[in-house]
Design a protein. Structure first.
Length: 415
């Protein structure tokens, strides 16, 4: 078997600054919700956050809260609460963990940020089904529970080439949200403000891309596991100056590592691509397992999904529509396969892990023969790990460890 040694990934110094930025973000949200000075919108991860910010909303992302429930390993206990009110254990475990936590009046925010006792109460819920239908169901539940409107975009799916008619469709849907949002916020949409926010989102996205692309270096200065944490500002604060300032600092640290030949994983000997959702409750465990085997999981579809090259301040709404449609999860397998093959080449990948997340078929791309097709085309072996993003009842630690060790051994033998 591949020999596992005690080795951890190298700590990123900018982490403390990121924690401060995220703390400020959550306290600001709390202040907005409790003081009533600013309206609060909940938004799906690739929903129209730029529009909401431009209209003066403080923006909360329930998926981020779902991931926090997973990372703190609180989610597995929350899920049955949502099952009891009719949401199956087989559907999105962000949804079931988040609704379960609301029912139990529990949030990981309380422990991390003393004084915050609840997620911020929304004035409006805004979804985009570009990722899945679950987000609409999720927001509909809160709409009924809290008596606030849930509005959104019904996105095309399974898109190969993004065409003008797709973009027209989503553009019109975004425009149709504006009167309702103006009525709730009490603010008229200022197109110049929207241009500024879209420009900030674009700058954030460019910096985040550069951060991730430092992992093209050998050895890679950051891992997928670092990426899942450091993407916090790209998810929650895109469209703000804070996110941009943070990624400049993180990028400088990683570029210095590259110059000094410092890798995130000591003695990097294998380079691995992660396809699918993280296992939030096992980030540390998986990170240590791979690092101990000198295997660096250094690139992923998941972290790269927050790169939106189409944002354009000159054409803000249409470019938002295009950016939200170009998202990997929206696309057909033909596009996805091209994308992954390009990533394998770009990052000099030796092997691929497909995470088959029980409750997220939308992000489990192993189910329709893709691993076999990509392996036949590239010769790069893959491993399918059964698990879940948040429901740890679907995760077998022993099986995961055995499978990863055997896979790493197979990759080492090929080298
Ligand atoms: S894409 Fe998957 S994890 Fe994300 S909200 Fe939809 S079902 Fe949940």
């Amino acid at each position: 078997m591949a020999e596992e040694k005690k080795a951890a990934r190298k700590k990123i110094q900018a982490s403390d600054l990121m924690n401060k930025i995220m703390s400020d973000y959550f306290y600001n949200l709390h202040e907005a919700a409790t003081s009533g000075k600013q309206k609060v919108a909940w938004c799906t991860s690739v929903g129209p956050a730029e529009l909401l910010r431009a209209m003066g909303f403080a923006v909360h992302f329930p998926e981020n809260h779902g991931a926090m429930l997973g990372a703190t390993r609180m989610s597995t206990e929350m899920i049955p609460e949502a099952n009891a009110v009719g949401y199956s254990p087989d559907i999105c475990s962000y949804l079931t963990a988040d609704i379960g936590a609301w029912i139990k009046k529990i949030t990981p925010l309380s422990k991390a940020y003393p004084g915050i006792t609840s997620v911020p109460k929304p004035d409006v819920l805004v979804f985009n089904t570009n990722q899945c239908r679950d987000v609409q169901d999720w927001f509909s539940w809160y709409s009924k529970e809290l008596g606030v409107p849930a509005i959104g975009i019904a996105s095309p799916k399974n898109v190969d080439e993004v065409t003008d008619s797709h973009i027209d469709n989503v553009t019109h849907q975004i425009e149709a949200l504006i009167p309702t949002l103006e009525a709730i916020s009490g603010n008229k949409l200022d197109m110049n403000r929207l241009r500024e926010i879209v420009a900030l989102s674009r700058e954030c996205t460019e910096l985040w891309r550069k951060v991730l692309e430092t992992a093209m270096a050998k050895p890679a200065p950051l891992t997928f596991f670092d990426g899942t944490i450091h993407m916090g500002p790209a998810v929650c604060l895109r469209g703000t100056r804070e996110a941009i300032d943070y990624y400049k600092i993180l990028l400088a640290e990683l570029e210095q590592r590259v110059k000094d030949g410092v890798g995130a994983v000591e003695g990097e000997s294998l380079r691995i691509y992660w396809e699918g959702m993280p296992v939030w409750g096992r980030l540390r465990q998986n990170s240590d397992l791979f690092a101990g085997l000198h295997a660096c999981v250094l690139a992923s579809t998941y972290c790269s999904s927050w790169i939106f090259p189409s944002f354009d301040a000159n054409d803000p709404i249409r470019s938002m529509a295009k950016a939200y449609l170009e998202l990997f999860i929206v696309r057909a397998d033909t596009y996805k396969e091209k994308y992954i093959k390009n990533m394998l080449e770009k990052y000099h990948i030796d092997g691929i892990i497909y995470h088959d997340a029980k409750t997220c078929p939308h992000n489990s791309n192993n189910r329709y023969g893709m691993p076999q097709r990509i392996e036949a085309a590239t010769g790069i072996p893959s491993l399918v790990l059964s698990g879940d993003l948040n429901d740890l009842r679907c995760v077998s630690d022993e099986q995961t460890k055995t499978n990863i060790e055997a896979f790493v051994e197979q990759l080492q033998e090929r080298k």
